[in-house]
Design a protein around this ligand. Structure first.
Ligand code: ISL
Ligand code: CA
Length: 546
C-alpha cells in the first residue's frame, strides 16, 4: 500500500503559523518550534504553502525564484533543519508547487519582456503590441491580458497581472520545472501539492471564449489538450524515481475527469483536490446561496462513490483559500458540536485527510470590519470590480467579503491568550482574531473536552483502524436532509458514522443492530436512541477471530 493512503496531512500557511523573531511574520524556525505540537496531534505530513522567494503579491503563489527561500521565512539552512527535525518525528514534508505561472519579477519574465531576442520570450505568452489576442478573463476578475507600454508587449495571466502564465508547450519550460522538482526532492522533500495543475495546457491558437460570464477561456484550458502528456512526462522523468506523493489542485473538475489523472495504473497524480463541496453555498465564489447541510453530504458522497474502486480521494473542509468550516458549515449555537461533527463526517470517509492549521482548535472566520484590514489581493480585486463595474454598494461587497474572503483562513494561528494570540509579540502582518482569548491551542490542549482532543481521537482512529482507511463507502438515507449515515466495510471490519447535522433532536431507526458494535467516538457524553443537535457517533465492529 502506498504511504499516501495512510497519511494525515496538516497544511501550514507559514506566514500565519508562528513568528520566531517578532517581525510579525511567521517563519521556518517558528514552524520548527511547533513540531512537537504537530507530532502530538498525530498528523503525519506537513504541507507548506509557498516559502520561495517572491514579491508576495499573492502571498508566495507568485514565485520569483523556485530554488530559494524567502528571507521573511528564514534560510535554506532553516529549511534543511525543518526537514530533518520533521523526519525525526515521522512527519513528511510536502511543498507547494506553483508552476502554472511565475511572478512577474522572476528573472525569466524580466528578460522575456525587455528583450525580444530573449530565450525566455517563449517561456510565457508574450505578444507584441497592445491588442489582446483573445477575450479570456482572470480568476481574480478582469482581463487575462496586461499591456506593458514600456516594451510594447502584452502577456497572459490567468490570475493577477503579477502572475504571468508559463507556456508549457515549450519543452524548455518543462525541463526547468523538472530541475526544480529534483532540487527539492534531493533535499529530502516527500511530495508536492500542485497548484492549479489541471490548467497548464492551453490550445496553441488561444481561441476566443464563448462563455458569457466568469472565467472566459476556461472551456479551453481546464484539462487542456496536452495536460496528460505533460504530467506523464514529469512522472516518467521525475516522480517515478522518488518515494513521494502528489496532490493536484484541479479547478472545475468532475469525477470522470479526475480519474484521468488518478486512476490506478495511470497515477499521473495520487489524488486531486476537487471543489464540488466548496460550491455548496455559492453559485460561483462571490454569488452566495443559502447553505443546506445535505448539499455538503451529497457533494462528498458523489466523490466517494465515483472514486471508490479505482481512485483515491483527498478529504478537506478548509485551506488557505476558503472560509473557516465551523463559520461556514457549522452553527455558532452548537460551536463544539458542529466543529466536531464536520471532520467526523468528512475525514472518516475513504481518502487522505487534510487539516488546515487552526481547524483542529475550531478557529473561526476573521473578525474584520473594514476593507483595509484585508490583505488578500483577490479580495481587493473583487471589491474593486464589484464597486466599479457591477456598481454594488460598499455594504453589499463587504457582506460578500466577510463571508468568502480568503483572509478568513489567513489570520494568525491562535496559540494562547497572550498578545496577538502568541503568534508574535509585534503587530502581525494580518490582524489576529480577537477570539484568541478563548479559542487557542493552550486552552484546547488543557481542556479534556476540547475540539483539539476530539481531533486527536479522530486522527488516532483514522491511523489505527483499517476500515477507517481502506473501507469502501456506502451512504444510507441519501435523501434525508439532516441525517448523515454511512457505512464502511473492509475485510472483516465494519464502521458506521451516524450524525445529526441539524439543531433539532432527531429520532432515527438505525439500519444496524448497534448493540453489536462498540461506540468508539461520540461528541456528546450521552448515548441514547435520540440524536442530539449536531451529534456525531462512530461505531465499529470486527468479525475477525484472533
Ligand atoms: O480562491 C479562489 C479564487 O476565487 C480559487 O479559485 C483559487 O484561485 C483557485 O483555487 C486556485 O488557487 C491556487 O492558485 C492561486 C492562488 O492564489 C491560491 O492561493 C492557490 O491555492 C494562484 O496561484
Ligand atoms: Ca518572523
Amino acid at each position: 500500500m502506498r504511504w499516501y493512503k495512510n497519511t494525515i496531512v496538516y497544511q501550514i500557511y507559514p506566514r500565519s503559523f508562528q513568528d520566531s523573531n517578532n517581525d510579525g511574520i511567521g517563519d521556518l524556525p517558528g514552524i520548527i518550534s511547533r513540531l512537537d505540537y504537530l507530532e502530538n496531534l498525530g498528523v503525519t505530513a506537513l504541507w507548506l504553502s509557498p516559502i520561495y522567494v517572491s514579491p508576495l503579491y499573492d502571498n508566495g503563489y507568485d514565485i520569483a525564484d523556485y530554488c530559494a527561500i524567502h528571507k521573511d521565512y528564514g534560510t535554506m539552512d532553516d529549511f534543511k533543519l525543518l526537514i530533518s527535525e520533521a523526519h525525526k518525528r515521522n512527519l513528511k514534508i510536502v511543498m507547494d508547487l506553483v508552476v502554472n505561472h511565475t511572478s512577474n519579477e522572476h528573472a525569466w519574465f524580466l528578460d522575456a519582456i525587455s528583450n525580444p531576442k530573449s530565450k525566455y520570450r517563449d517561456y510565457y505568452y508574450i505578444f507584441e503590441g497592445k491588442k489582446k489576442p483573445n477575450n479570456w478573463t482572470s480568476f481574480f476578475g478582469g482581463s487575462a491580458w496586461t499591456y506593458i507600454p514600456e516594451y510594447d508587449v502584452s502577456y497572459m495571466h490567468l490570475f493577477a497581472s503579477e502572475q504571468p502564465d508559463l507556456n508549457w508547450e515549450n519543452p524548455q519550460v518543462r525541463n526547468e520545472i523538472k530541475q526544480v522538482l529534483k532540487f527539492w526532492l534531493d533535499l529530502g522533500v516527500d511530495g508536492f501539492r500542485c497548484d492549479v495543475i489541471n490548467i497548464l495546457s492551453k490550445p496553441n491558437d488561444l481561441p476566443n471564449s464563448h462563455r458569457l460570464f466568469v472565467l472566459k477561456g476556461a472551456e479551453y484550458y481546464v484539462n487542456g489538450p496536452k495536460i496528460h502528456q505533460y504530467l506523464q512526462e514529469i512522472k516518467r522523468d521525475v516522480f517515478d524515481h522518488y518515494d513521494m506523493f502528489t496532490v493536484g489542485e484541479c479547478v472545475f473538475i468532475t469525477p470522470p475527469k479526475a480519474l484521468e489523472y488518478v486512476k490506478e495504473g495511470i497515477d499521473e497524480l495520487n489524488m486531486v483536490f476537487q471543489f464540488d463541496h466548496m460550491g455548496v453555498d455559492n453559485y460561483f465564489k462571490w454569488m452566495l446561496k443559502k447553505y443546506k447541510p445535505y448539499r455538503l453530504k451529497l457533494a462528498l458522497a458523489k466523490w466517494q462513490n465515483a472514486l471508490n474502486e479505482t481512485g483515491w480521494n483527498s478529504l478537506y473542509l478548509e485551506n488557505h483559500d476558503q472560509p473557516r468550516s465551523v463559520s461556514r458549515f457549522g452553527n455558532p449555537d452548537f460551536y463544539y458540536e458542529s466543529a466536531t461533527l464536520l471532520p467526523t463526517m468528512t475525514f472518516l470517509q475513504k481518502g487522505t485527510p487534510f487539516i488546515y492549521q487552526g481547524q483542529e482548535i475550531g478557529m473561526t472566520n476573521a473578525h474584520f470590519t473594514s476593507l483595509n484590514q484585508y490583505r488578500d489581493i483577490e479580495t481587493h480585486h473583487v471589491y474593486h470590480i464589484g464597486r466599479t463595474v457591477l456598481k454594488f454598494s460598499h455594504k453589499r461587497m463587504m457582506h460578500k467579503i466577510k463571508y468568502m474572503s480568503r483572509d478568513n483562513a489567513r489570520t494568525p494561528m491562535q496559540w494562547d491568550s497572550t498578545v496577538h494570540g502568541g503568534f508574535s509579540k509585534e503587530q502581525p502582518w494580518i490582524e489576529a482574531n480577537p477570539n484568541f482569548v478563548t479559542i487557542n491551542v493552550k486552552e484546547n490542549v488543557q481542556n479534556p473536552h476540547s475540539i483539539y482532543q476530539y481531533y486527536k481521537k479522530l486522527i488516532e482512529i483514522k491511523k489505527t483502524i483499517q476500515v477507517a482507511k481502506y473501507g469502501d463507502f456506502k451512504l444510507h438515507y441519501p435523501k434525508h436532509r439532516s441525517l448523515v449515515y454511512f457505512e464502511r466495510n473492509f475485510e472483516q471490519e465494519q464502521m458506521l458514522v451516524i450524525c445529526n447535522y441539524s439543531k433539532k433532536q432527531l429520532q432515527i431507526k438505525p439500519l444496524h443492530s448497534l448493540k453489536e458494535y462498540s461506540l468508539i467516538l461520540n461528541n456528546y457524553d450521552v448515548d441514547e436512541e435520540t440524536l442530539y443537535p449536531y451529534q456525531a457517533k462512530v461505531y465499529f465492529r470486527s468479525m475477525k477471530h484472533d
